[in-house]
Design a binder for this molecule. Structure first.
Ligand code: FAD
Ligand code: SF4
Length: 510
């Protein structure tokens, strides 16, 4: 049977069983289409990284003896949409059967299911063979509980996979080493530059410009060092294991003016396009730990494994349990537009200027920058979660809706009313000052709640709790904050709220 198999841009899994044998009756197709450049405005590095990685993958498949069709964005017969291109190929090559792999994004899943309905030939769908869990495992695990607790899911994963376990108990008798981790950077160990690869993407950039693709952010050779092939992904993993893992957990929440990534792996792009799998990553990390237990503590390893087999699988599971309703949730009914400096980093708030500036320059920021600086401000200032989602989905190199929206709308904006997070992740300047050196270079004073140059995070923080008392005060995890707030003298709270109102009226100019 002449079979056409579609490989999406985030399905670059060379270990997939599809490729176990060569069959010239099978045509593999990868395509660059306008459809995928337009559903949200992307960062230019994200577009270039996807195209370059797809081209490398197609080249590797061809070299391995498979029959590959690659449609470039500027090919004259490119119809710029999956359906129409597929239809054209089916007639041109007299295809008898169409196959694809389960898309990770709801929108593409719906599109391809509908497409198959229109076909007069047979069709079939295969698993991506990438994740540790199935699409609906989290849904089935939690049943109809109102909120899903990552920790419960994570412990189950550890037990099921036998990772960091001694019999039925967790190694070290603790499931969670967060308490030992998450320190401010104290200059006790030297910082390491992230691994960067040399890529020339000038021709690709000229092509997308010629085609009129709209994008934002910037690209220069220095910053565009992403792993774009499996070989580079494996090198990034080794680099992480050898150089960064020993301090990953300790400084995973720290932020610095002069260093963008500290000890983070920056493996998210390689992993999300499936050039490398969570099993490979976890296995390598555990093997490195085995080799070098003197330099690497259990807390570092647990902190990392929790992200990969815990958070990442959990977020995907919540996505499939809750879509499509999830993308419309807006618990606080927030309606504000994002401040205009989300698009140029031009704000006097140093923490936000640094984190947004870094995101625009390099299409990447680490978890705490995304959550406790950028997302924190978006939530405190009442931003519409649709706008927040679109910004995050566009700006980050690793942003695919299944992992973006659950983090953004769920964990960061609490727009799901607490399915993912048991309380909103908000903080005043005290937390940012504790975890970074941002405040010392700032126009604003992190100690002041109101008055001249008072840090906006402070008044917005208390104002957020005050204006959402009805929705939040009874939440046992937040009750403490209300107890503190209720002890403020009335005059103090009035001044805080007044200051917050002033700032909310001038967010573009903060
Ligand atoms: P490391 O810190 O080295 O962690 C290792 C790996 O763990 C990551 O590569 C990632 O695969 C996984 N991981 C860690 N935290 C999470 C998490 N919360 N959810 C899922 N996986 C996680 N991650 C994305 O991959 N795509 C996104 O679009 C995305 N959007 C986010 C938006 C917000 C508001 C927040 C708070 C987080 C978001 N994250 C997203 C999660 C996390 O910030 C990134 O995965 C991480 O910063 C990627 O860098 P890294 O590879 O160096 O991660
Ligand atoms: Fe950010 Fe406030 Fe600190 Fe400035 S003072 S860096 S705005 S937290």
């Amino acid at each position: 049977t002449k079979t056409l198999r579609l490989i999406l841009g985030d399905q670059l899994n060379s270990k997939h069983s599809w490729f176990a044998k060569n069959d010239l009756e099978v045509y593999y197709v990868l395509m660059e289409v306008m459809q995928e450049q337009q559903y949200v405005m992307h960062h230019v590095q994200k577009i270039l990284a996807f195209f370059a990685a797809m081209r490398n993958f197609a080249h590797q498949l061809t070299k391995a003896g498979h029959r590959v069709i690659y449609i470039k964005l500027d090919d004259t017969d490119n119809l710029q949409n999956f359906d129409t291109n597929l239809q054209q190929l089916i007639s041109r090559h007299k295809i008898n059967r169409f196959e694809y792999q389960l898309p990770d994004e709801y929108r593409l899943d719906e599109q391809l299911k509908a497409f198959c309905q229109t076909l007069s030939i047979d069709s079939g769908v295969a698993d991506t063979e990438h994740f540790l869990t199935t699409r609906y495992e989290v849904r089935d695990f939690f049943g109809d509980r109102k909120s899903y607790l990552m920790e419960t899911f994570y412990r189950n994963m550890r037990t099921r996979l036998g990772i960091l376990m001694q019999g039925k108990d967790p190694l070290g008798n603790k499931w969670n080493f967060d308490h030992d981790n998450r320190k401010k950077y104290d200059y006790k160990v030297p910082l390491q530059e992230p691994i960067r690869f040399d890529h020339n993407v000038l021709a690709l950039k000229a092509m997308i410009d010629k085609m009129g693709v709209k994008y934002f952010g910037k690209v220069d050779a220095e910053e565009f060092g992403w792993p774009l092939s499996r070989t580079e992904a494996l090198q990034s993993l080794s680099y992480f294991c050898e150089n960064l893992l020993p301090h990953f957990g300790t400084y995973e929440d720290a932020m610095l003016n002069e260093h963008i990534s500290l000890f983070h792996s920056r493996l998210s792009f390689a992993q999300n396009v499936k050039m490398i799998s969570p099993v490979e990553i976890t296995t390598a990390v555990l093997a490195q730990w085995d080799k070098n237990k003197e330099a690497i503590t259990l807390a570092q390893v647990e902190g990392f494994v929790r992200q990969v087999i815990g958070w990442r699988e959990f977020m995907r599971g919540v996505y499939w349990a809750k879509m499509p309703a999830y993308e419309t949730l807006n618990f606080f009914n927030h309606q504000s537009k994002l401040p205009k400096w989300f698009w140029d980093g031009n704000t006097k708030m140093n923490c936000l200027g640094k984190c947004i500036g870094q995101s625009l320059d390099s299409a990447w920021a680490h978890h705490i920058q995304r959550l406790m600086v950028i997302g924190n401000f978006a939530l405190l200032s009442g931003s519409n979660p649709d706008e927040v989602d679109q910004w995050y989905l566009g700006v980050y190199i690793d942003a695919l809706q299944w992992v973006e929206i659950t983090n953004t709308r769920g964990m960061s904006q609490f727009a799901d009313g607490g399915i993912i997070a048991s309380k909103p992740y908000v903080s005043s300047a005290a937390y940012i000052n504790k975890m970074s050196d941002y405040c010392k270079n700032c126009h604003y004073d992190y100690k002041k709640k109101y008055g001249d140059r008072a840090c906006p995070f402070n008044s917005l923080y208390w104002n957020f709790f005050d204006r959402n008392a009805e929705a939040l005060e009874r939440n046992p995890r937040i009750g403490m904050m209300y107890k503190i707030m209720r002890k403020f003298p009335a005059e103090e709270l009035r001044k805080i709220n007044e200051q917050a109102e002033v700032y909310l009226g001038m967010v573009d100019d903060l």
